[in-house]
Design a protein around this ligand. Structure first.
Ligand SMILES: *[C@@H]1O[C@H](CO)[C@@H](O)[C@H](O)[C@H]1NC(C)=O
Ligand SMILES: *[C@@H]1O[C@H](CO)[C@@H](O)[C@H](O)[C@H]1NC(C)=O
Ligand SMILES: *[C@@H]1O[C@H](CO)[C@@H](O)[C@H](O)[C@H]1NC(C)=O
Ligand SMILES: *[C@@H]1O[C@H](CO)[C@@H](O)[C@H](O)[C@H]1NC(C)=O
Ligand SMILES: *[C@@H]1O[C@H](CO)[C@@H](O)[C@H](O)[C@H]1NC(C)=O
Ligand SMILES: *[C@@H]1O[C@H](CO)[C@@H](O)[C@H](O)[C@H]1NC(C)=O
Ligand SMILES: *[C@@H]1O[C@H](CO)[C@@H](O)[C@H](O)[C@H]1NC(C)=O
Length: 645
């Protein structure tokens, strides 16, 4: 029934008049080609003029379509084959199903180019061959398009981008995203037919060509759900928080910088609640913990950047993921999932429009599977740092962090310690030096400031981290959220997961003055580290790098019952960079075997090493890892249960 007659009917029936003014809003189309699912967004990117006469089709069905640029005077079968081969190896979205329609554009200098495809037309099932105006009898699109796969609506000539759809099998994402056409993003409305997981859509890599202005063009990015993105809500791992606040009106500058560099946002990834540490699975009450793809698939993915970490380790169609690190939230997942992942120097990028845990300690890091790509992203992102390409000659090897001297007690072959030792041997050779063994605790006791009495870092820093994060997050997140939620819900409390709740309760019990005291202790440590442990150097940025084990291939099964969460007290190797404000960058160096209680087979888990250097020297480390990968001392990792092919 038409809307007008509905209204008329309600009048004659004596019912109250109501205006049904529902706009029909297309949300894009999901379709399959063979056994692969695709998505065509609702807004076209270009149009073919007079399409109805060209296609002679009255069906609204989309036609898979390839835009192929050529500079050749004759685009022949050979040129088509070369295009197909290059595209197949470069892109996971394009397939030869997109040869149903082919549009050849000319970007060369020849006068009037020709096409000569002959038998290829039938061979590849090319039903529609169109050419741009430079060819005789060609047609130009209303907006020129980059190469790659598209969908054409034959009745209107509207052309839509092609997104390939993937299953989020490891449950790393909250949802997939696509641009909203207004500088923001919207939740991808597609779902792979029959899928029982979230669906993520990725645009063709062929649309993008990196340039000096956009060196990251086309690289796919997932973002931890504590960073605001225009058009999307920020949930911080809490369902009530997600529901309470409206979609954001601007994108966090840190994320905008990556988008400006050309990265393509494909989804929001899960965080443990309010970026506090949560252990799989029983701490994760509001969200289900993402699956670590390494080993038997039933290991904890660490937290809090669990979604970004597990996604980067699981999905070859994802290139980068942004997380954050306050007390280990990048480094833990990099270690557990076997990735390159960093905690940068404090203050490396703006954290405006990002949920805070503790502004004095919060940092923004990025995961990658490849040291060279990681360095590319790091150089683009951390604009305030100078890039050094000479490296320190001093390697600090803290025996208390490694659990003993590997020089006097070489570790047994096949163990994680042996993998550390082998890698450090390569590093020594590369840098032309040998490691310096130190005992970190003794070093403090021997060189601490004279006016600080405690001989123990455990005493100086045991509560510093817990005090700062709990007091800061209560003031900046918990109290405003609880008040806002109560105002909307008749004074009710929102649900809070046990881990953040335990930390907030700890903070609420602290005497006043603890934050100031914590900052004093933190500053004492930071100044000591910068003057006694790693110092600036004009040629190499820092005079040393300090190593410690990040992950040693140990199991953390998802299906064990753990003790209730408590405040994160104590000092350990992972706290050095937190308080010293230095970078701490994790690199994969091996994988260690274990007998899985899940599969009953030998499986492998990541062995990773942490590198610390002086504050502000992040780019020197990125360059070092790049050079080590080029020299074969580090290897890129692949996705899935095993890290190395
Ligand atoms: C689709 O089917 C082909 C041929 O059966 C197979 O090689 C390919 O792996 C399948 N792809 C997907 C995504 O299932
Ligand atoms: C993780 O994702 C990979 C790739 O999609 C998949 O093969 C694997 O089964 C997933 N693991 C789990 C535990 O779901
Ligand atoms: C980076 O440097 C610029 C200019 O020196 C400064 O305005 C900005 O605050 C710095 N950013 C950070 C995050 O320190
Ligand atoms: C600190 O150094 C002093 C003097 O060398 C020593 O007596 C003391 O046992 C050390 N304390 C610790 C905790 O190592
Ligand atoms: C220790 O001395 C330094 C100057 O040498 C001063 O800046 C600092 O505040 C002092 N710390 C304490 C705890 O007294
Ligand atoms: C600060 O350090 C002192 C030891 O010098 C320690 O007793 C105190 O608990 C520390 N306080 C905090 C908040 O870190
Ligand atoms: C796995 O179990 C077998 C048989 O008990 C044992 O020989 C082997 O050393 C174990 N491997 C590991 C890595 O623990």
């Amino acid at each position: 029934m038409k809307i007008a007659s509905l209204v008329a009917a309600s009048l004659t029936l004596g019912l109250p008049a109501y205006a049904v003014q529902v706009a029909v809003q297309p949300v894009g189309r999901t379709l399959t080609l063979g056994n692969i699912s695709y998505f065509a967004p609702s807004s076209p990117v270009s149009q073919i003029p007079n399409a109805a006469t060209l296609f002679k089709s009255t069906s609204g069905d989309l036609i898979p379509f390839s835009v192929i640029p050529t500079a050749k005077s004759v685009f022949d079968q050979q040129a088509l084959l070369e295009t197909i081969n290059t595209w197949t190896s470069k892109d996971d979205v394009w397939s030869d199903a997109f040869l149903t329609g082919v549009y050849i554009t000319f970007d060369g200098t020849y006068g009037t180019p020709k096409t000569s495809l002959g038998g290829a037309l039938t061979h590849f099932g090319i039903e529609h061959l169109l050419r741009s105006k430079r060819f005789s009898a060609g047609v130009d699109l209303t907006t020129p398009l980059p190469s790659g796969p598209y969908f054409v609506e034959p009745t209107t000539g509207n052309i839509f981008q092609a997104y390939r759809l993937y299953n989020d099998e490891n449950q790393s994402f909250l949802y997939g995203t696509i641009p909203d056409g207004h500088g923001g993003f919207q939740v991808l409305s597609a779902r792979i037919p029959g899928a029982a997981t979230e669906t993520i859509g990725v645009p063709s890599r062929l649309y993008f060509t990196p340039t000096p202005e956009k060196p990251l063009a086309g690289f796919r990015l997932a973002v931890k759900d504590i960073y605001d993105v225009k058009g999307l809500r920020t949930g911080c791992g809490n369902r009530a928080f997600w529901q309470l606040y409206p979609p954001k009106e601007r994108t966090a500058p840190a994320i905008q910088r990556l988008l400006d560099g050309g990265m393509v946002l494909v989804g929001k990834a899960k965080t443990s609640q309010f970026a506090n540490g949560e252990t799989a699975t029983d701490d994760w009450v509001d969200l289900h913990a993402p699956y670590n793809p390494r080993g038997d698939g039933y290991q904890d993915g660490s937290s809090s950047s669990t979604g970004p970490g597990t996604a980067t380790a699981a999905y070859p169609w994802l290139d980068f993921a942004v997380g954050s690190d306050t007390g280990g939230s990048m480094r833990g997942p990099a270690g557990a999932n076997g990735l390159f992942g960093n905690r940068p120097s404090h203050g490396a990028v703006s954290l405006d429009d990002v949920m805070p845990l503790s502004p004095e300690l919060d940092t923004a890091g990025i995961f990658s599977r490849d040291a060279n790509l990681w360095a590319l992203a790091g150089h683009w992102w951390y604009t305030n740092f100078t890039s050094y390409s000479k490296f320190p000659k001093k390697i600090l090897f803290p025996i208390d962090f490694f659990g003993g001297s590997f020089l006097t007690n070489p570790p047994a072959p096949g163990t994680a310690d042996a993998m550390f030792n082998t890698f450090i041997g390569k590093l020594e050779k590369f840098l032309g030096t040998t490691r310096t063994e130190v005992d970190f605790a003794d070093l403090w006791n021997a060189t601490k400031p004279t006016n600080v009495s405690t001989p123990s870092l455990q005493t100086l820093l045991s509560t510093t981290y817990a005090d700062l994060i709990s007091l800061d997050q209560i003031a900046l997140v918990a109290d405003p959220f609880i008040a806002d939620y109560g105002a909307e819900n008749d004074g009710r409390m929102p649900f809070i997961d046990p881990a953040p709740l335990a930390r907030w309760n700890y903070g609420r019990g602290l005497p006043s003055g603890r934050k100031a005291e914590a900052l004093v202790n933190k500053t004492i440590f930071m100044n000591w580290f910068a003057s006694q442990v790693i110092k600036p150097n004009p040629e190499t940025c820092a005079d040393a790098i300090l190593l410690y084990p990040q992950s040693s291939g140990r199991t953390n099964y998802r299906n064990r019952y753990i003790s209730p969460p408590s405040a994160p007290l104590g000092f350990s190797s992972g706290r050095v960079a937190v308080h010293a404000e230095t970078p701490d960058m994790v690199v994969p160096v091996g994988e260690a075997p274990f007998n899985s209680t899940i599969t009953g087979k030998t499986e492998y888990l990541p062995v990773t090493l942490s590198f610390i250097t002086a504050k502000g020297c992040d780019l020197m480390l990125f360059n070092l890892f790049s050079a080590l990968q080029d020299a074969g001392a580090l290897k890129p990792v692949v996705t899935g249960p095993r890290m190395f092919v």
